[in-house]
Design a protein around this ligand. Sequence first.
Ligand SMILES: C[S@@+](CC[C@H](N)C(=O)[O-])C[C@H]1O[C@@H](n2cnc3c(N)ncnc32)[C@H](O)[C@@H]1O
Length: 282
Amino acid sequence: MPDTLRLTLAVADDGTREPLLADLADLGFDAFEEADDVLVAYAPAPRWDGPTQEAVGALMRQRGLDVDALTEETVPDQDWNATWEASLEPIEAGPFVVAPSWTEVPPDLAAATVLRIDPKMAFGTGYHETTRLCLRLLAECAPEGGRVLDLGTGTGVLAIAALRLGAASAIGVDVDPWSVDNGRDNAALNGVGDALEVREGSLEVVSETGFDLVIANIIRSILEPMLPGLVAKATPEAPVVLSGLLATEREHVLGVMAGLGYRAEAEVAENEWWGARFARGE
Ligand SMILES: C[S@@+](CC[C@H](N)C(=O)[O-])C[C@H]1O[C@@H](n2cnc3c(N)ncnc32)[C@H](O)[C@@H]1O
């Protein structure tokens, strides 16, 4: 792997940034970080040759930006995944703190239920709004002594949370083999390796029915066709917790769930994301 070039540009988030970002992507920059007044762009270092430097300078001038407001740095080749993992900090969601095993939970969060999640390549670090929305929703309804189905389990974070709150057993399924391995590792890390069974696949690998809580955090285009099959796995009394959904999809999802005989009994939102807990009934 070549070294990586990191360009830091002082650009306010005021509408100038989006087109600049698109032009930088055309010039071969392939990763970006954004903060209030700064845009950071990454590219393989060998790409930072004369023509690219001129093109970036021209872009800045075109948009009325000061070329001196740009700094460049070469970052030596390294294990990016390890670097990303090391940067993860404990994060709060409802009564939970999601924290990698190598971090210390701050003393002011000592009362929280700590979920030790080492994410590797799977989704579910607590850094995404939808994970936090599901954690908040399920905190209110984890079935004491009950059985849980977690569709799209990722790191296993949601199933592990339900088990930590008193559920007796959980099945987590995921089509992604990395997630299956990671979910199993995290279950062991949290002392629920015997209670959480992680399977590779989707609803077709779950022949069981009668779950006391059903959870799915998956984008709408994938989740919606699975909803009839998913709710069929639940007991009539079981809550169904859904996220992975945008606030703009709320009405549509409420309609689909109404068609299946469910109403939203709790709704939560963070930024553009939305989630709800459903119960059977009008
Ligand atoms: C948004 S992540 C949620 C992960 C975790 N449950 C959380 O809340 O953070 C969605 C997960 O669903 C998995 N997935 C996508 N399509 C799926 C399908 N058809 N069946 C089962 N899992 C699926 C993905 O691999 C991914 O791990």
